[in-house]
Design a protein around this ligand. Structure first.
Ligand SMILES: CC(C)(COP(=O)(O)OP(=O)(O)OC[C@H]1O[C@@H](n2cnc3c(N)ncnc32)[C@H](O)[C@@H]1OP(=O)(O)O)[C@@H](O)C(=O)NCCC(=O)NCCS
Length: 150
């Protein structure tokens, strides 16, 4: 599959919003949140787009001082296991390097073994657990962090 990772802009938002609703249902980011992350100076919002303009994945992260927090990483079901998630994570790592962040961190559902495997493969380490962090269904979050050495 041919795709490129580009900054997420207004032209992608209908597709991203639809994917967000399908993939995350409850807990999905609203249109307003997506618009805000696209325009925030301290954030990276990225889309993986095929040559015909189809958004097959997206990710975003925010920096606060030297700390980076990954908000979302998602790939449409038909395009998984083809490296899109990895390409998005690599782009977020570059964002972190440009900003000279100390680390990137994220929360993931304890049962989400696929995402945990993806993050582990990219060097993220499990550093903690937030009890009952998620609802519908109620579940712990695993806290994962990628540290950068200077
Ligand atoms: C998690 C997700 C982003 C992975 O995207 P992807 O494009 O399929 O990931 P990649 O193709 O880059 O996978 C790279 C590696 O990660 C691991 N991996 C990814 N998905 C996996 C799965 N479902 N089960 C086990 N390992 C998995 C594998 O090691 C994989 O390499 P391989 O395909 O050579 O075995 C995607 O499954 C998704 O959108 N899931 C729903 C949303 C979600 O859970 N987001 C994370 C919330 S924190």
């Amino acid at each position: 599959m041919e795709y490129t990772i580009v900054p997420m802009t207004a032209e992608h938002l209908d597709q991203v919003e639809a994917l967000e609703r399908t993939i995350f249902s409850r807990g999905a980011w609203s249109r307003k949140q997506l618009e805000e992350i696209c325009s925030a100076g301290c954030a990276a919002a990225l889309a993986a787009v095929t040559p015909d303009g189809t958004v097959v994945g997206y990710a975003s992260a925010q920096a606060v001082l030297d700390e980076g927090n990954i908000n979302n990483v998602a790939v449409c079901p038909q395009s998984r296991r083809q490296g899109v998630g990895s390409a998005l994570l690599e782009a977020l790592r570059l964002f972190a390097a440009e900003r000279q962040l100390s680390f990137l961190t994220l929360e993931v559902r304890a049962s989400n073994m696929g995402a945990r495997a993806l993050y582990a493969r990219h060097g993220y380490q499990e550093v903690g657990r937030r009890k009952n962090y998620y609802e519908f269904p109620r579940e712990d979050a695993i806290l994962m962090t990628l540290e950068f050495t200077t």
